[in-house]
Design a protein around this ligand. Structure first.
Ligand SMILES: Nc1ncnc2c1ncn2[C@@H]1O[C@H](COP(=O)(O)OP(=O)(O)O)[C@@H](O)[C@H]1O
Ligand SMILES: [Mg+2]
Length: 370
């Protein structure tokens, strides 16, 4: 798939922008703070309806303006359709084929995007919520139904936490209410876990050979799912539910004492191993970078196999951070088949053939010259 055209209105430092892209490689060049990331971010927001940089949507609206609009024309499976995101001080609208989609799960997935930015090192190094967010976003874009279950899970979790807090403070509550909420929570938790396990198996399948290749055949990557219950990854939903139920019974008093839900997918984590060593703790900077890159590149193949089309790849300011070998590996992977946006302050030192054929966009304080 690819994005043919992008229009921005009052988006960050872009007042009015209308660009058409090459379906292969687009090279975005500009000094710092000119709007390269803003442009990449706009494409990301068009796909996910959320920014990768901030949870505060109002930041995306140009200062002193009332709303921001992103419009894109997408080509996918020989079809061509518009996507639109409007963010105003009142809220957000997402339109697919000009029709507003009230549920995110009806919007996300229309456009598939994989982004690789310097912050992605935190996928390995950072706190667990970054890895959970990664699973949720990536799984969500290939399986919109997952987003629905995630939303339901979060809703019930909030209610359950609220109830536990009341019970902690000895507020009088309906004694059956906790069981009702626990059952509902388990239902969604088991669905999320089952789907995460399937996704993880795919991620491993694609990431391992890539990591092996980038590390010049020196490193074996392993990804482990760390759950708050003891469960095997081939367990079905019923089995997972049974395990959750017995664990919830076991810890009920502790949950009331603490006033919060102590187990569930919202507390799980991923652990990456290289040659049997935990990369987060024992990996070198290079190994951590290779791991993050392998995971991102794996997604390209994963999405292709699940969706039937390659996603759009956004490489924001990362090329210059990779050594020649990793750079070539990356560019060889995408060559000719993935629409790619590469941003950089300078093309010096980037010699790969793929980039010589790229369409050039020069960014200068919110204006773009092609
Ligand atoms: N809501 C906004 N309205 C106007 N300008 C913004 C807004 N948010 C960020 N900017 C400006 O965008 C610029 C940063 O753009 P960015 O795309 O991050 O730069 P880079 O080219 O280094 O990637 C800064 O000059 C910042 O002041
Ligand atoms: Mg930037």
């Amino acid at each position: 798939m690819h994005i043919q055209q992008l229009k921005l209105k009052n988006y960050r430092n872009y007042g009015d922008l209308d660009l058409s892209f090459d379906d292969k490689v687009n090279l975005i060049i500009g000094e710092n703070a000119q709007g390269k990331t803003n442009l990449m971010e706009a494409i990301y927001v068009l796909a996910f309806s959320k920014s990768h940089r901030t949870p505060r949507e109002k930041e995306l609206i140009q200062w002193e303006q009332e709303y921001a609009k992103i419009e894109g024309r997408i080509t996918k499976r020989n079809q061509n359709f518009p996507l639109e995101i409007i963010i105003s001080t009142k809220g957000k609208k997402a339109k697919l084929n000009r029709i507003e989609q009230k549920r995110l799960s009806d919007y996300i997935g229309a456009l598939n995007v994989v982004m690789f930015a310097p912050e992605d090192l935190t996928l390995v190094k950072g706190p667990p919520q970054i890895r959970r967010r990664f699973i949720d976003m990536e799984l969500g874009q290939i399986q919109p139904r997952y987003i629905y279950h995630l939303g339901q899970y979060q809703k019930v979790l909030k209610q359950r936490n609220h109830l536990l807090k009341q019970m902690q403070r000895n507020v009088k509550t309906d004694p059956t209410m906790l069981n009702v909420l626990t059952d509902q929570l388990i239902e969604h938790a088991a669905t999320l876990l089952e789907r995460r396990f399937v996704f993880l198996e795919l991620l491993r399948k694609w990431a391992r050979p890539i990591h092996h290749g980038i590390s010049r055949e020196l490193e074996e990557l392993e990804i482990k799912y760390h759950a708050t219950i003891e469960v095997s990854e081939d367990a079905n939903k019923e089995k997972i539910e049974t395990i959750y139920l017995s664990k919830f019974n076991e810890i009920q008093e502790k949950e009331i004492e603490r006033g919060t839900t102590l187990i569930g997918p919202h507390r799980d984590d991923l652990i990456f191993f290289v040659n049997n060593k935990d990369v987060q703790t024992f990996g070198s900077q290079g190994q951590q970078r290779t791991t993050a890159l392998s995971i991102k590149l794996a997604e390209i193949d994963l999405i292709y196999n699940e969706v039937g089309e390659y996603p759009i790849l956004l490489l924001d300011d990362v090329l210059s951070e990779l050594d020649d070998y990793r750079q070539s590996h990356l560019l060889n992977t995408i060559q000719g088949k993935v629409q790619t946006f590469v941003s950089t302050t300078s093309v010096d030192g980037i010699n790969h053939e793929t980039l010589k054929k790229a369409e050039l966009f020069r960014v200068n304080s919110g204006t773009v010259v092609t």
